[in-house]
Design a protein around this ligand. Sequence first.
Ligand code: PEP
Ligand code: MN
Length: 335
Amino acid sequence: MKKFATEQEVLAVVKKVKDIGLGAQVDVGEEMTVVVVFGVNTGGIETGVFQVFPGVEQVVRIEKPYKLASRDFKVSDTIIDIGPVRIGGRELVIMAGPCSVESEKQIMECAQIAKACGAKVLRGGAFKPRTSPFSFQGLGIEGLKMLQKAKKETGLLIVTEVVSSETVRLVSEYADILQIGARNMQNYPLLDAVGKTQKPVLLKRGFCATLEELLMAADYILQYNPKPNVILCLRGIRTPVDANRFTFDICHLPKLRELTHLPIIADPSHPAKYSRYVPDLAYGAIAMGVDGLIVEIHPNPQNAQSDGLQSLKFGDFATMMEAIGRLAEVRGRIV
Ligand code: PEP
Ligand code: MN
């Protein structure tokens, strides 16, 4: 829209979009307002249909297959406010906790150390997407209740994974941020269901997914939300190199930043394989300019039900967090 287009002019365009059976989202920026039009076969519609409306500056076809996640739709960085925590702004947000919630004692101990070291969000899976059906699948609703208790004690926000459409409602009663795991990044009915909750979502990159596929997955969620609510997470991808569990895809951050306005965090635990590699991967990600980290910790990694090998012991986590505080400053961030 033109710089001084009126609200009525914007609304008239939105009405036209809807009248021809398409979806519209409006991004009100400081400089100008953008109306994004989406739907199937938009390529078949002439741009002049909108160009004739008063207040329209120009009609641009977005070549990219993703729209709402794109910088073409929203130029400025998105900041997601979740209670007292802002993701995507100056704050470097640390999320920490075990891979799986295993017991009340375990999650409470993790929550306390996470809080004491400056983390703002507690992670922990109650529903686990395990590669083998014979591996520990999580405590389910009992695990969610333990997370809730830990939140009550510490004030930390909760991020926890949702693995099926049927449990989206249940999990969203407990989670402040819904986590979509790498294995579910292209589970489109699940993305739809999560999008409809309008809760903040942590979307992890599938380990064979391109950046384009990641952003199209984000669009599935964003289409239900007038305000962007997706946090992207780089967590390692599959390559022929097996020095680690996954190859840390942090080198894709600058490109991803160019493509999208969404906040981007990194997971240094899942690519690492061994916990002793985690701190260096975390420092690298911070130096590259991520908006936050999600890290696995455990009071007793030898006995963990999942991902013990990569989980940091509390002492090592505390040491890492001190270094993170200093490193964050270099990037103009505060922990
Ligand atoms: C997890 O966070 O524990 C997890 C299963 O991660 P990912 O989906 O990235 O493998
Ligand atoms: Mn894990």
